[in-house]
Design a protein around this ligand. Structure first.
Ligand code: HEM
Length: 411
């Protein structure tokens, strides 16, 4: 299929196959919550498309692996910073160099493989308690009862926040996510900003305590950088608070997907139980196939031509990593969950300067959860016809928000 020269490939004007919902900025009815068929069709036929955006410039989608990767690796052209003037609480992901470079070095300092390995015992202990309880109950909502508490407690302790505050942190992390959505022209809520500021004020107070205690947590490292004059108080609070935005939903949903794979792939649980390498391999393949971050949103600093299509300066571009991760030119049989494949080139944790600093923590939590689940669970089954409920397709993280399962215990 070819475009008439200079014609903008707007999603709604494309000859989408019968029954396939066209891509849109806002997913009104949930038809775009897992748009892998759409991504495949776009990769083959229209690798670059535009979508009308009611609240700002057009939003473009780029779906082929090479183009997505090239965009992620060209931060001077594909920028994260919407404007030169930033709000005081601008999140780390909303900055470009030089501020981004300065702030990122503290994550690099705090999230080193050694400090992450130190939390493994604590993560395992919590995972065992939660899994034992879930198995003893015969199942339930895996997201709410297992994945959410596991990831919240982990991030809370990595950030250095007290366990008794964990229940309120979930609410706050949702407000922070909604505020982040607003910066990307997505539906938000009226009090997202007010509630996020409340949370950041609470985090700043905690950072004072962590500094006084000489804490070695990620929060402690950030608190020290603030007190040493390497960043402002607002920056320190958002750097710590943002861990909930980046690290909570993403890991929660991937655990949901991993259990879904255990239902869809009957031999997986047995392999996880008997092959010590399998849990880490399964996590990586799940990030490739169903990583919760489908796209990296960027602001174009100059006009670019991608796969033959010009995209004007100033527009928003979604570099769709979830589409790139199933590009046949890089991954054979991309829709198959194959834990033995070489998936080292996947973009599920992003690429370039904004790539995920929390990847080692996500890998650790999920691997430990799979190890402990496979030691206790004989099989999972969906509980009911509507057991799986997925976030609408415009959400920042895409994946199960509810997953009702029945569990058969191994013992
Ligand atoms: C399986 C779970 C996870 C997935 C699939 C994931 C995916 C990603 C992706 C694709 C990006 C790049 C976004 C972009 O380029 O615009 C990113 C950035 C980020 N992630 Fe993760 N992530 C996960 C877990 C975590 C965890 C556990 C944390 C923290 C504890 C975290 C913190 C962050 C932060 C702070 C950024 C922004 C980095 C920057 O802009 O420099 N993520 N993540």
């Amino acid at each position: 299929m070819t475009l008439v020269e200079n014609e903008i490939p707007y999603s709604e004007t494309l000859p989408w196959p019968e029954g396939m919902a066209p891509m849109a900025v806002i997913d009104e009815d949930g038809a775009l919550s897992e748009p892998h068929a759409q991504y495949a069709w776009l990769r083959h036929n229209y690798p670059v498309i535009a979508m009308h955006n009611e609240v700002g410039p057009d939003v473009w989608m780029v779906t082929r692996y090479d183009s997505v990767r090239a965009g992620l690796r060209a931060p001077k052209v594909y920028a994260n910073q919407p404007a030169d003037t930033q709000p005081t609480y601008a999140f780390v992901s909303q900055w470009d160099a030089p501020n981004h470079t300065r702030l990122r070095q503290f994550y690099a300092r705090a999230f080193n493989p050694k400090s992450i390995a130190l939390v493994e015992d604590a993560v395992r202990e919590r995972a065992i308690t939660l899994i034992d309880r879930f198995v003893a109950a015969g199942g339930g909502d895996l997201i709410e009862e297992l994945a959410v508490p596991l990831t919240l407690i982990t991030i809370g302790s990595v950030a250095g926040l007290p366990t008794e505050d964990i229940p309120t942190l979930k609410e706050y992390s949702e407000h922070m996510l909604l505020l982040q959505a607003r910066a990307r022209a997505l539906p938000s809520s009226e009090d997202a900003e007010e509630r996020s500021l409340e949370f950041l004020a609470y985090v700043a107070e905690r950072l004072d305590v962590l500094y006084a205690e000489g804490s070695e947590s990620v929060g402690g490292v950030i608190a020290k950088a603030w007190k040493d004059g390497e960043m402002t108080k607002e920056e320190a609070a958002q750097m710590t608070g943002f861990l909930f935005v980046g690290g909570h939903d993403t890991t929660t949903m991937l655990l949901g997907h991993l259990v879904r794979f255990m239902i869809e792939e009957p031999d997986l649980l047995e392999r996880l139980r008997t092959d010590p390498e399998a849990p880490a391999l399964a996590v990586e393949e799940a990030v490739r196939m169903r990583g919760a971050v489908h796209r990296a949103t960027r602001y174009l600093k100059e006009e670019v031509v991608v796969d033959g299509v010009p995209i004007p300066q100033g527009e928003l571009v979604r570099l769709v990593v979830a589409a790139a991760n199933r590009d046949e030119s890089v991954f054979d049989q991309p829709n198959e969950f194959d834990i033995d494949r070489d998936n080292s080139k996947h973009l599920g944790f992003g690429a370039g300067v904004h790539s995920c600093p929390g990847a080692p923590l996500a890998r650790l939590q999920l691997r430990v959860a799979l190890e402990e689940i496979s030691r206790r669970v004989e099989k999972f089954e969906f509980d009911g016809a509507d057991a799986l409920e997925i976030q609408p397709g415009h959400s920042i993280s895409l994946g199960p928000k509810r997953l009702m399962v029945r569990v058969t215990s191994l013992t």
